[in-house]
Write a protein that binds this ligand. Structure first.
Ligand SMILES: [Zn+2]
Length: 107
C-alpha cells in the first residue's frame, strides 16, 4: 500500500509515474506525431480513411491501445509511444473506441 493516495502507474521497466507526468508525456507525443506527419506528408489526415482537415471533421490523436489499458497493465510507456498513436478523423476515432470497448468487455 505504499502508493496509497498517490496517483501513479507502472511502466514495463518498473518505474512508477505520476498521472500528471504521463499526461504531459502524452501531450508531447501527440505533438511529435503531428510534426512527424507534417514532415513526411506535408499535411495531416485520417490514417484510417484518408480524409484530411478539409472534410470538415476534426482530426484526433487516437490511441491504438487506450491510455487506461496501458496504465492498468503496467505499460504506461505505451501511452506516450508515438507508434501507439494514430491520427483519426472523429468518425474513425469513434468507431475505433467502440471496437476497443467491445474488446474490453470480453477480457
Ligand atoms: Zn477517418
Amino acid at each position: 500500500m505504499r502508493s496509497r493516495g498517490t496517483n501513479t502507474y507502472g511502466t514495463s521497466t518498473g518505474e512508477r509515474l505520476k498521472k500528471s507526468v504521463i499526461d504531459q508525456k502524452i501531450r508531447k507525443a501527440k505533438e511529435l506525431k503531428l510534426e512527424a506527419m507534417r514532415d513526411e506528408y506535408g499535411y495531416i489526415f485520417c490514417e484510417d480513411c484518408g480524409r484530411n482537415a478539409n472534410a470538415g471533421l476534426p482530426l484526433d490523436c487516437s490511441h491504438d491501445i487506450s491510455v487506461a489499458k496501458c496504465q492498468n497493465e503496467g505499460k504506461s510507456e505505451l501511452a506516450y509511444d508515438i507508434n501507439n498513436i494514430t491520427i483519426r478523423c472523429r468518425e474513425c476515432h469513434k468507431k475505433h473506441d467502440k471496437i476497443d470497448l467491445k474488446f474490453k468487455k470480453n477480457v
